[in-house]
Ligand binder design. Structure first.
Ligand SMILES: *Cc1c(COP(=O)(O)O)cnc(C)c1O
Length: 227
């Protein structure tokens, strides 16, 4: 199957899952995760109409943004664990950060704001597992992180993000994320984005209310070895 065929096939499955959940597919943003693939793949995707791409490592993101260059309407999403000393580079490259999971990172991203540049959209990543080594704020710390981040004028809190745990079915985990989205909106009422759903579980994420899907291998094919 060609890239165009895989993209069309996934978009068809997204539309089916949306309809099954009584939702309009146009409410969903499909982000194509291009990590480990060359910048030329982003060019190809752009030619196929893709306008949202995701990367999980800062260096790879920064390099590809330069290689791909200016493309009207193209939005880069940063979805990986972020070190505070990379905040400036992340902010320079991405329009949306899905992986804000601690106050120090919020402070670093805010401190990296350049005058006159747009506000940075951020999602608060929640850890849905019991393993503190996975990225994300613990659910019971989400509201405090939201309160802290909402005070930083160069950041706009848009919603929550999570990766489904490996050791439980995705549906109950995404149901918890949905409840956490409700909790976030008690602090930031318009922060209604829910970034969830990957190749293996995007239908379950759509059923649970996801608004932003992060889909890699189903569209790009298998990832090359980490370079
Ligand atoms: C790689 C990655 C994805 C996409 O994974 P696939 O299983 O290839 O769809 C989504 N979210 C995050 C945070 C990732 O690192």
């Amino acid at each position: 199957m060609s890239l165009a065929d895989r993209l069309a096939e996934v978009d068809g499955r997204i539309a089916d899952a949306a309809h099954a959940a009584g939702r309009d597919p146009s409410e969903l943003t499909r982000i194509v995760v291009t990590k480990f693939h060359p910048a030329s793949l982003v060019d190809e995707l752009y030619g196929l109409g893709v306008r949202d791409v995701g990367e999980n490592r800062q260096q790879e993101l920064s390099r590809k943004v330069v290689e791909v260059g200016d493309r009207d309407g193209l939005t880069w999403h940063f979805i990986g664990q972020a070190q505070t000393n990379k905040a400036r580079a992340i902010r320079a490259a991405a329009a949306v950060v899905h992986s804000l999971d601690r106050a120090r990172l919020a402070d670093a991203l805010h401190a990296a704001a350049e005058p006159g540049r747009p506000v940075l959209d951020v999602l608060l990543q929640v850890n849905l597992t019991d393993d503190p080594g996975r990225g994300g704020v613990a659910p019971y710390d989400l509201v405090a992180l939201a309160e802290h981040t909402a005070e930083l004028p160069s950041l706009r809190v848009r919603g929550v993000m999570a990766v489904a745990p490996l050791d439980e079915p995705p549906a109950p985990a995404f149901a918890r994320l949905r409840a956490l989205s409700d909790a976030l909106r008690t602090v930031v009422p318009d922060a209604d984005w829910i970034s969830a759903g990957m190749t293996a579980d995007f239908a379950e994420a759509i059923a649970a209310g996801a608004t932003h899907l992060r889909i890699g291998s189903a569209i790009t094919g298998p990832r090359p070895q980490r370079g």
